[in-house]
Write a protein that binds this ligand. Structure first.
Ligand code: PLP
Length: 457
């Protein structure tokens, strides 16, 4: 549908009066001046005013193959005509069955059982419910606590939010009481002056072991970790962290849930990052977003054969895993995911990411030369610029909290969207981004940071 500019005056009113957006700031609800993006192609989105912008965050870390892919759209349309829906409670369907098999072929180790969900939050919710369910069957109902980390984001359902560790999101909403425990920040950037990376790593691993000992291994069910803490500010833990944490988990019979909602599907140049990048085979992987390249909602909680075996057949005591969604394995989502995988393979997207990532990371690191930039960090095609307006202070409480939004504002004027988070800007462009577009993106960021520096002078 083609809309005229004037149509948006009315539509903006509907958006303000009727659409409650995620993370809605209640102080200004109903008075927002959000930009409408109405069409998109490749790595670009076009606003209501006809401005074409590079989509730095790929929507919300999800549009891996880029926008406007007719092949995926056609596959979804055909599927909707042939079989728009089937009940996963009562029947089976070939499309999600094929997809489960294709996913299992790409997961590490024996992670072969795929439970389809509606997105990342419900994948994490399912993982926690399964872990609890299993411990009930195994006769250890006290073993329920999930250890997470400060700055982690695992989603917005009650359970997923209860293991999310971003303090500023917790103030006004309830969490499941007594179910989670948060380890201190694993960001090497905040380590005390003079502390080596190795000492910091040792401390972070010890944090996990000490927490298990303090709580009691008989009460700790699982450790949940994003390979890279994405929404928390693209925090890359020190090398070897995940492997050593997995060893601790094994020592105390604690399950390891790797939340690959962001790091899966090529973001770090592999189907999944757990094994190929971080050298771990977890017990459960949760994923979503890039699974369908954001064309339609879908998530998955992938459980190891060993876990399933431990509570199946006679060992199940007749239990049913009473968890599921009307849209688990939705055929239109599943066909989009299958097509997405096909496109990834045909276009060599994983190889492309591995090829262009060094340039992306090199240009990212160079942004650290600006005096207002305190840290740059990232991996694959994901990055973060953290600003320190007062260069004598690394405490974000002392910073100009609008600096991320200012950089984003200038970049948008120049043709690039970023995702501002307080004093940071994060970005994770569509994986199809080419070399000249990467250069264009960072050229704009350099100008945006320069203009912001001038604003703050
Ligand atoms: N887990 C991680 C690591 C995420 O980054 C997100 C969302 O950004 C989620 C879970 C929640 O996913 P969703 O928004 O699809 O429910």
């Amino acid at each position: 549908m083609t809309l005229r500019n004037s149509d948006f005056d009315e539509i903006r009113v509907w958006d303000n009066e009727n659409f409650v957006h995620p993370w809605e700031g209640m102080e200004h609800i109903g008075q927002n001046e959000r930009t409408f993006t109405e069409t998109a192609d490749g790595i670009y989105v076009t606003t209501e005013a006809g401005k074409r912008l590079i989509d730095g965050p790929a929507g919300m870390w999800c549009v891996q193959i880029g926008y406007g892919n007719g092949e995926i759209a056609d596959a979804m349309a055909t599927q909707a005509r042939d079989m728009a829906y089937f009940s996963p409670f009562n029947n089976a369907n070939s499309v999600p069955a094929r997809l489960a098999h294709e996913i299992a072929k790409r997961t590490p180790g024996d992670l072969n059982h795929v439970f389809f969900t509606t997105g990342g939050s419900t994948a994490v919710d399912t993982a926690i419910r399964f872990v609890h369910f299993r411990n009930n069957i195994l006769g250890r109902p006290e073993k329920k606590i999930v250890i997470s980390r400060q700055k982690a984001y695992h989603g917005s359902t009650f359970l997923a939010a209860s293991v999310s560790g971003k303090e500023r999101d917790k103030g006004w909403l309830d969490q499941a009481q007594g179910m989670s425990y948060f380890l201190p920040n694993v960001n090497p950037y905040i380590r005390p002056e003079g502390m080596s990376l190795q000492a910091f790593l040792d401390e972070k691993v010890a944090d996990l072991e000490n927490a298990i000992l303090e709580i009691g291994a008989d009460k700790v069910a699982a450790f949940i970790a994003e390979p890279i803490l994405a929404s928390g500010g693209v925090i890359v833990p020190p090398k070897g962290y995940h492997k050593r944490c997995l060893d601790i988990c094994r020592k105390y019979d604690v399950l390891y849930i790797s939340d690959e909602v962001v790091t899966g599907w090529g973001r770090l140049g592999h189907w999944f990052a757990s094994e190929d990048v971080f050298d771990i085979v977890p017990d459960i992987i949760t994923t979503a977003k890039g699974l369908t390249s954001g064309y339609v909602p879908m998530g998955a909680c992938i459980i190891s054969d060993a876990l399933i075996d431990s509570v199946s057949g006679e060992k199940s005591q007749g239990a049913t895993f009473s968890n599921g969604y009307t849209y688990s394995g939705h055929p239109v989502s599943a066909i989009a995911a299958l097509k997405n995988i096909e496109i990834f393979e045909r276009e060599g997207i994983l190889e492309h990411v591995r090829e262009v990532s060094p340039l992306f990371q090199e240009r990212l690191t160079a942004l650290g030369d600006f005096p207002i930039v305190g840290d740059t960090r990232g991996m694959g095609l994901v990055g973060c610029v953290e600003c320190v307006v007062d260069s004598n202070s690394e405490d974000s409480l002392d910073l100009d909290k609008t600096v991320g939004a200012r950089i984003d504002h200038h970049c948008q004027e120049l043709g690039l969207i970023l995702r501002p988070i307080i004093n940071m800007c994060v970005f994770s462009p569509p994986l199809i981004i080419n070399v000249s577009q990467i250069n264009q993106m960072f050229d704009i960021m350099e100008k945006g940071i320069k203009l912001t520096t001038e604003d703050l002078a």
